[in-house]
Design a protein around this ligand. Structure first.
Ligand SMILES: [Zn+2]
Length: 344
């Protein structure tokens, strides 16, 4: 969900490309007549089209899977974040998705798209039996060395048959990246234990700041090829055999002040430097005091600090995630009663 400052060389999609639109969510051939957003060569070198049938906003024409995978080289922006920021994000996502599902019985958790392993390490510290997957061999290698995690390089499709059933599968900042989100969800369903839960965290196309920021919205970058709102995500989960679907939203801890908002920083750059600095200092002083404030002001520096921060937050009422207008869309769902063999 952070901004993506790197300038990779990817040619802009040509509007005359003859490939017909087929929605990656529902398969319908009903695109909006014009893109909901045109390509921006610096940030997002492809148009975004909305499916009239299910509402999913998506890259079109879509790059081949191999070409998308090639984006996740060591320059991928997520890999350049500091450790405290990673721990802060891991704490936030853990509290939103996993804290309500902790139990005394050791439960299995699969972290798809585990990156450098901070979330997976925190989940294991909290008592889960964790497996992590990531496309990047470099990221997996670092996660294995730094945290001695059971992490594997590759896709869920490549590893599915060797994995045990999981009580919780976490797709945090993942489904917006993948070339075939329906296929991914079917793979997830196949590794979910009976009674297990899938938890999804993804940019929210129907968030307030997407409407205000338009092309400056923080959810827009070259890596995000699918953008969901609650309705389109629910439709896709239903189509893929999930039941008991609940959706909500929350705001990334970094954006508890407006000082970091890309939607605002763009216009601020037109001001003289001293004035922009004063405006940002003013915004920094207006910090929303909630569950996430201290993650921004004093992020955890280590795994143990992150673990203690979760323990502290566990004594507070849970964060309110019931509205659908914040930046991060969340969904949780169970699997229907198809057998594992029937599901793929
Ligand atoms: Zn569709």
């Amino acid at each position: 969900m952070a901004t993506a400052p790197q300038a990779l060389t990817i040619p802009t999609v040509q509007p005359s490309t003859p490939e017909p639109f087929a929605c990656v969510g529902c398969g319908a051939h009903r695109p909006t007549r014009r893109p909901v957003l045109h390509a921006d060569p610096n940030r997002r070198p492809f148009d975004l089209i909305r499916c009239k049938n299910c509402g999913l906003v998506q890259q079109h024409p879509r790059d081949a899977a191999g070409r998308l995978a090639a984006l996740y080289d060591p320059n991928y922006y997520v890999f350049n974040e500091s450790h405290p920021r990673r721990w802060a994000r891991a704490v936030q996502q853990y509290v939103v998705h996993c804290l309500p599902r902790e139990s005394r019985r050791p439960k299995r958790l699969l972290d798809v798209g585990c990156a450098l392993g901070h979330f997976a390490a925190l989940a294991r510290r909290r008592g889960w039996r964790v497996v992590g997957l990531d496309l990047s061999p470099q990221a997996v290698s670092r996660a294995a060395v730094d945290f001695a995690l059971d992490v594997r390089a590759g896709t869920l499709a490549q590893h599915r048959t060797t994995l045990p059933p999981f009580d919780l599968v976490f797709l945090g900042d993942v489904i917006e990246h993948v070339p075939d989100p329906a296929r991914l969800l079917q793979e997830v369903r196949a590794v979910l234990a009976p009674g297990g839960t899938l938890c999804i965290d993804t940019p929210n196309w129907s968030g307030h700041w997407r409407r205000i920021g338009r092309s400056r919205w923080l959810g827009l970058n070259r890596y995000h090829v699918n953008l969901f709102d609650a309705a389109s995500l629910t439709a896709l989960l239903t189509r893929c055999g999930f039941v008991d679907i609940q959706t909500g939203s929350y705001t990334h801890y970094r954006y508890q002040t407006w000082a970091h908002r890309p939607e605002i920083q763009g216009p601020l750059r037109r001001l003289p430097d001293f004035l922009a600095w004063r405006v940002n200092r003013f915004f920094s002083g207006i910090l929303r005091h909630n569950h996430w404030s201290t993650l921004l002001t004093t992020p955890p520096a280590t795994l143990e600090e992150a673990h203690r921060r979760v323990s502290t937050l566990s004594h507070q009422p849970p964060p309110n995630t019931t509205k659908h207008t914040a930046d991060n869309l969340i969904a949780n769902a169970g699997r229907s009663t198809f057998t594992r063999q029937e599901s793929l």
